[in-house]
Design a protein around this ligand. Sequence first.
Ligand code: BDR
Ligand code: CA
Length: 314
Amino acid sequence: VTKLVIDTDPGVDDAFAIALAALSEDVELLGVTTVFGNVGLDNTTRNARRVLALCKRGDVPVAEGAARPLVHPHPHRARYVHGVDGLSGRSAALPEPERPVERGGAVRLLARLLEDSDDPVTIVPIGPLTNIATLLAARPDLHHKIARVVIMGGALLHGNTSAAAEFNIWSDPEAAQRVLGGGEVPCVLVPMDLTYRCAVDRAWLDALAASGPVGAALTALTPDYLAHYRKALGWDGMVLHDAVAVAEAISPGILRTEAVPVAVETSFGPARGATLVDQRRPELRADTEVPETGAPVSVAVDTDVDALRTFFAE
Ligand code: BDR
Ligand code: CA
C-alpha cells in the first residue's frame, strides 16, 4: 500500500481531501502537517485535527508548520472562499480531537516519518508549499525517501487569486519554485485547469450527505464554499481541488499526466505566482536556442471525470 503524508491548510476542499485519504483502504496515512493558507495557522491546524477526529483517525499524528511564506512578510487568506474559520463557519460542529499536536513542528514530523519508513513516501501538498520547501532545503539526505510530491496547485491558462496565479502557488511562490523548479524530487502538479473540470454538483453533494454520518458532516461544511463557487462556476456546484490531487496519490495514474518543464514566477509584478509550463516541442526549443526554464514536472492534464467523481463518493 502507498504511504502518504498530507500537507494542508483546511479549507473545505482540504477537509474532503483529508477524509478521502483517511478513509481509504488503499493507503497508509502516516501523518498530516499544516500550513497557513485559506485561513491562519491556528484554524488550519484545528480544522485538520477535527476532520481526522470525524473520520475516527486519532491514530494519525498532526504537526503544525509555517505561519507565513518564506519571503513575503504577510500571509494572504481566502476567507472569502472558505468562510471565517476555513470551514464555512461550521468547524465547531466537528468532534473535538483527543490526540495532541506533535511537538517539534511539521518539518520535524515529515523528516521522522520519512526516516522511519522502509518504503518511499508520497507527500501530497494541498496548500502553500512553505513546509515542503523547508523540508527539501533542510534534509537533502531524505530526498531519496520521497516517492513523489503530488501537488494541488498552478494554473496553465488563468488563475483564481490573480489573473496569472492559482492560490497555493501565489501564497508562497518562492517555496513553490524550490519544490517544482528545483528538480530535486519527482513532482506531479495538479493544476486548477483540471480540478475545475472535476467540479461536483448539488446532486452529488446530496447523495454524499445521505450516505452516512461522515458524508453528512462533510456536506454541512460547504455553504460558504458553495456560495463562492456559484459565482466562480456560474452553476450550483463546487470544486474539490485538493481531493483531485489526493485521488492521484491514492490511485497513481487516475489522472493523465504529461512531463513538461515548469518554473514559477517569483517577481513582484502582475505575474507573481504564475506557473510557467513550457509546452513547446523540444525540437522547437532547440531551434529558438532559448532553453526551457524549470525542471521536468508531470502535469495532470486529463482524467475520466465521471469515474473520478464516483471514486470520491465511494
Ligand atoms: C487551492 O486553494 C485553496 O483555496 C484550496 O483549498 C485549494 O488548495 C485552489 O486554488
Ligand atoms: Ca488547500
